[in-house]
Design a protein around this ligand. Structure first.
Ligand code: ADP
Ligand code: ADP
Length: 231
C-alpha cells in the first residue's frame, strides 16, 4: 500500500472562520513517487503536511503512515513512528547552528535513540556533494549547501517519506535545481516517497504528480512524465 494515506481528513482550527483548514482531504502518496502540492496561500498545504507527518492531529478522518493509523497512537508512539519513517526539509533549513554538519546529520538518529549509521551518513553526505565539509558549521555554508545538509540529515535516517515545505523557497535557481535533483534521486534510487509543498511551477515540474489544493480540498491532480535530470 501507499506510504502515506489520508482519508477524508478534516482539520478545524479553534477560532478559525467557517471553512476548515482541511475540509475532507483524501489522497495517497506511494513509495518511489515525487509529489508536489500546490495551491493558494491559506489553502491548507502546510496543514496537510503537518497532519500527514503526525505533527498535527486531524479533527476527522484517518491518516495512515506505512499502514499504521496515526489516530490510534498516543504521544510517545506517534513520535517514534515519525522519527522512524519521516524526514523533513524546510524552507529555512532548520539546522542547529552550534553543531557541525556531521552532528546535524546524525542528530535525528541520536534523538530517536537508534545507533547512528555512520557509514550511511558518510555516503549520504557524499551524495549531496558535501563530503569533506563534515566539520563545518552551518554558518560557514551557502544556502544551497545548508539545504543539502538538511536533505542529508533527512536521508541519513532512511525515511520512507520526506516532507519538504518550500525546499527551494530561499534558494537561487541553480541551488534550487541541485536540491530538486537530489530529491528526484532519493525517489528514483532509494524509493523514498517525497511530498513537496511549493509555489514554484518550475519546482513542481520535477514531480511525478501535482496535487492542487483550494479551500482545504483537493481540487485537481496532474500526472507528469518524469523529467530528465539535468545536472
Ligand atoms: P497554506 O499552507 O496553503 O498557506 P495553511 O495550512 O497554513 O495553508 O492554512 C490553512 C488555513 O488554516 C488558513 O486559513 C490559515 O489561516 C489557517 N491556519 C493555519 N494554521 C493555523 C493555526 N495554527 N491556528 C489557526 N488557524 C490556522
Ligand atoms: P560519538 O557518537 O561517540 O559522539 P562520533 O560521532 O564523534 O562519536 O565519532 C565516531 C565515529 O564517527 C568516528 O570514528 C568516525 O568514523 C565518525 N565521524 C565522527 N566525526 C566525523 C566527521 N567529522 N566526519 C566523518 N566521520 C566522522
Amino acid at each position: 500500500g501507499p506510504v502515506v494515506e489520508l482519508v477524508d481528513v478534516v482539520r478545524r482550527y479553534a477560532g478559525g472562520s467557517g471553512t476548515p483548514a482541511l475540509a475532507g482531504v483524501t489522497v495517497a502518496f506511494a513509495a518511489g513517487t515525487f509529489n508536489a502540492v500546490m495551491g493558494p496561500s491559506g489553502s491548507g498545504k502546510s496543514t496537510l503536511l503537518q497532519c500527514a507527518a503526525g505533527l498535527d492531529r486531524p479533527d476527522g478522518g484517518q491518516v495512515r503512515l506505512a499502514g499504521q493509523e496515526l489516530g490510534t497512537l498516543r504521544e510517545p508512539k506517534l513520535t517514534q513512528a515519525r522519527r522512524r519513517r519521516v524526514g523533513f526539509v524546510f524552507q529555512s533549513y532548520n539546522l542547529m547552528e552550534s553543531l557541525s554538519v556531521w552532528q546535524n546529520v546524525l542528530l535525528p538518529q541520536r534523538l530517536a535513540g537508534t545507533r547512528p549509521d555512520r557509514a550511511w551518513a558518510r555516503e549520504v553526505l557524499h551524495r549531496v556533494g558535501l563530503a569533506g565539509r563534515e566539520d563545518d558549521r552551518p554558518g560557514q555554508l551557502s544556502g544551497g549547501q545548508r539545504q543539502r545538509v538538511a536533505l542529508a540529515r533527512a536521508l541519513a535516517a532512511r525515511p520512507e517519506v520526506i516532507f519538504a515545505d518550500e525546499p527551494t523557497g530561499a534558494l537561487d535557481l541553480g541551488a534550487g535545481r541541485e536540491v530538486l535533483a537530489l530529491l528526484r534521486e532519493a525517489v528514483d534510487d532509494l524509493r523514498t516517497a517525497v511530498v513537496m509543498v511549493t509555489h514554484d511551477p518550475a519546482a513542481a515540474a520535477w514531480a511525478d504528480r501535482v496535487v492542487f489544493l483550494a479551500d482545504g480540498r483537493v481540487v485537481s491532480e496532474l500526472a507528469q512524465p518524469t523529467v530528465e535530470t539535468v545536472a
